[in-house]
Ligand binder design. Structure first.
Ligand code: 5GP
Ligand code: ZN
Length: 113
C-alpha cells in the first residue's frame, strides 16, 4: 500500500482535512468522522503500520500512541477512556493504518462490551 491509497496517510499529509486535537513528531490524533461517543478520537502513528500487532514490534511507537491517548482523554474528557483497536476485517477494522479509538465523555461502566 502506498501513502496515496491510505486515507490516514492522506490525513497525516494534510491532503484530507481532519479535526486534529493532538499531534507530536510521532503521533496525531483527530476526531472520528462518525462519533460513537461524546468524545471519539483516533490516535494514529504517523508511520504507516497496518495494525496494533505490527505496532507492537515498535515498542517506543506503541508507547507514544498510548501516551497520546491519555493526553487526549485528559484534554477532551475527565481522563477516563476506553482505548480500542479493531484488528482484522471481521473485528471491524476498515482502515488498515493502525488507529486506537479513544472513547470517552460518557459513563461506559455498564456497557455490554
Ligand atoms: P475502524 O473501523 O477501522 O476501526 O475505524 C475506522 C474509523 O475511521 C471509523 O470509525 C471511521 O468513522 C473513521 N474514518 C474513516 N474515514 C475517515 C476520515 O476520512 N476522517 C475521519 N476523521 N475519520 C474517518
Ligand atoms: Zn497509512
Amino acid at each position: 500500500m502506498t501513502d496515496h491509497d491510505c486515507v490516514f496517510c492522506r490525513i497525516i499529509a494534510g491532503d484530507i482535512p481532519s479535526d486534529r486535537v493532538y499531534e507530536d513528531e510521532d503521533v496525531i490524533a483527530f476526531k472520528d468522522l462518525n462519533p460513537a461517543a461524546p468524545v471519539h478520537v483516533l490516535v494514529v502513528p504517523r508511520k504507516h503500520v497496518p495494525n496494533v500487532v505490527a505496532l507492537s514490534a515498535e515498542p517506543a511507537l506503541l508507547a507514544a500512541v498510548a501516551s497520546a491517548a491519555g493526553t487526549v482523554a485528559q484534554q477532551e474528557a475527565n481522563g477516563d477512556f476506553r482505548f480500542l483497536f479493531n484488528t482484522g476485517e471481521t473485528a471491524g477494522q476498515t482502515v488498515f493504518h493502525v488507529h486506537g479509538h479513544v472513547l470517552a465523555g460518557t459513563d461506559m461502566s455498564e456497557g455490554e462490551l
